[in-house]
Structure formats: C-alpha cells, structure tokens
Design a protein around this ligand. Structure first.
Ligand code: SAM
Length: 287
C-alpha cells in the first residue's frame, strides 16, 4: 500500500524531493572531499555527481564490473574507438583511461554538471577522451532541455565507433527516444562494431517471478510494450517487453550478437549483473 502511494506521487512532489536530495548532497560535499582525500580517492567525482548516476555504494564496483564485461563480452581492444551514451560523471571513462592506449573515447550525457566535471578532470589529462553535453529533454533528468531525444542526431560521423556502451540509460528513456537512439547507434557503429546495452526486460520467466512478488522493482504503470515504476515520472525507471525490444533493434538495422544475458533485478538466480545485458551488432555486417 505504502509502495503504491510512493510510486504515484504528483510530479511536483517528485521534483521537490529530488531538489532537497541534491541540496543534501551539496551540504555533504566538504565531508565527501575530506573522506576522498583521506582514502586517496580524489580522482573520483564529488558526491552529488556520483549520486546522480546511482547508489553511492556501487559507483566504483559497477565501473569495474562493466570494464570486465566490455573486455570479455564486448571484446574491446585497447586501440578501439568507444562511445559511451549516458556517460554520467565518467564512471566508465575513469576505468577506460588505463585501458585505451591507442584508442579513444567520447562520452555524451544530458547532465551538464557531469559533462563539465569530466571535461575538467579527465579530458585535460587524457586528450583522447572527449565529453559532449546533449541538451535533450527528459522529464526526470533534464526538464528544460532544448532538444527532443526522439529526434536527436548524435554529433558523430557514420561508422565512427568500434564499441558503443549505453549502461543504465535505456532504463530511463521512453520508447520513441530509445527508438531514435538505436537508429543513431546503427548509424555511428562501424562494420564489425559491438554495442553493449542494458535494459530491464519483461519476459515470461520474469512475469512468473513477479507474480510471486520476487522482482526487485515493480513496474506498475504503462502498457504491454513498456512499463515504469513511477506513474508521474516514467523516466525514473523504465522496463521494456523483451520481444518489443528485439523488434526495436530489428527495425533499426541491429541484431543480437549473442543470447541476452539476463540480470538479477527480477531475482533470476542465474542472472549475471543487476540489469539485463544485450550485446548487439549491425544486421548488414560485412554485406
Ligand atoms: C543511471 S545513470 C547511468 C550513468 C552511467 N552510464 C553509469 O552507468 O554510471 C543514467 C544516465 O543517463 C543520463 N541520461 C538519461 N537520459 C538520457 C538521454 N536521453 N540522453 C543522454 N543521457 C541520458 C543521465 O543524465 C545519467 O547520467
């Protein structure tokens, strides 16, 4: 009952809650700085930026975890060109600077403070790492954005990237925006390129566990193609029907390169990561 009320809060209250939370983290910044200094972690972004991308407790571990997936699942080589969509405050970039020796990296995100921090703290010492602010609209993340995510054209040339990652980003986007980003991914991905995406996927085994109350997130609103946790803030957490997701890939010229690696968010005992992972490639590879 309590949970139902919390997921139906009016949008204004959700916004006030987020603002207060941000103010709280701003207040904690000097203490966070001291703690990072004492623990030799001044290379990490400040607390309010780390919190922007998820729980503070998993910031470092999650980057390390996905670094392993990029190498083992995405077969990333040190001389490749990487695009990180929704890069936040550089969680992956901070790992990739030690790996991409002859390669390069572009990170894009709609959160200007995160992009500003990355430019100042990563690009200055690693000129092959660049960051771009995409001023696209999102009701939960960038309400005043000037551009529509459903129509946005990434500022990159065709077939520019060998590896693209979108980690925990499509879990915060509406269908038309996901559709457009997949179209853009297909455009900027090289022949032979790989793309590692994470989703919350709705499928039959997940629905069975949901009926037993086992899912860690309750996607209570939406329709058969996409569902979300917060009635008045869909972009806070979004799940997609698995078949619908495969259709979106297909109609944008993409396909699975290997079977989906399902995650543990729905209490799948065999899950690997928290979210579901898709390794994707272009359909017309080598054509
Ligand atoms: C949960 S965070 C994940 C960040 C990063 N990928 C990571 O794993 O640490 C989601 C990120 O996506 C960004 N974001 C949300 N919607 C976006 C969009 N339409 N285009 C680009 N970035 C977006 C947010 O600003 C945020 O940094």
């Amino acid at each position: 009952m309590k949970r139902a009320a919390a997921t139906s809060l009016p949008e204004l209250l959700v916004r006030v809650y987020r603002l207060l939370r941000q103010l709280g983290y701003q207040f904690l910044r000097p203490f966070d700085f001291l703690s990072r200094a004492l623990n030799s972690k001044l290379g990490l972004p400040p607390i309010h930026l780390r919190r922007h991308v998820g729980p503070l407790s998993t910031f470092e571990a999650s980057g390390a975890e996905f670094m392993v997936y990029l190498r083992l699942i995405g077969e990333l080589n040190p001389d490749e060109r990487v695009l990180d969509i929704g890069c936040g405050c550089g969680q992956m970039a901070l790992h990739l600077v030690d790996y991409l020796d002859a390669g390069s990296y572009e990170g894009v995100d709609l959160h200007q403070p995160s992009i500003g921090w990355c430019e100042h703290h990563i690009s200055t010492s690693h000129p092959r790492f660049a960051f771009h602010h995409l001023d696209v609209r999102s009701s939960a993340w960038n309400r005043r954005g000037r551009l529509a995510a459903e129509e946005y054209v990434f500022p990159f040339a065709n077939e520019e990237f060998n590896l693209i990652i979108a980690k925990s980003v499509f879990t915060h986007m509406r269908p038309a925006a996901v559709d457009n980003y997949l179209k853009e991914i297909a455009r900027v991905l090289s022949d032979g390129g790989r793309c590692l995406l994470t989703f919350f996927l709705l499928n039959e085994p997940q629905r069975v566990r949901e009926r037993f109350g086992l899912n860690r997130l309750e996607f209570g609103f939406g329709d058969q193609n996409w569902r979300y946790v917060h009635q008045n803030s869909p972009e806070s957490a979004v799940a997609y029907d698995e078949q619908y997701t495969l259709q979106l890939l297909h109609r944008n010229g993409l396909r699975l390169k290997q079977p989906i690696i399902h995650g543990r968010w729905s209490r799948n005992a065999e899950g690997l990561s928290f979210q579901d992972i898709l390794l994707v490639e272009k359909q017309n590879r080598g054509a």
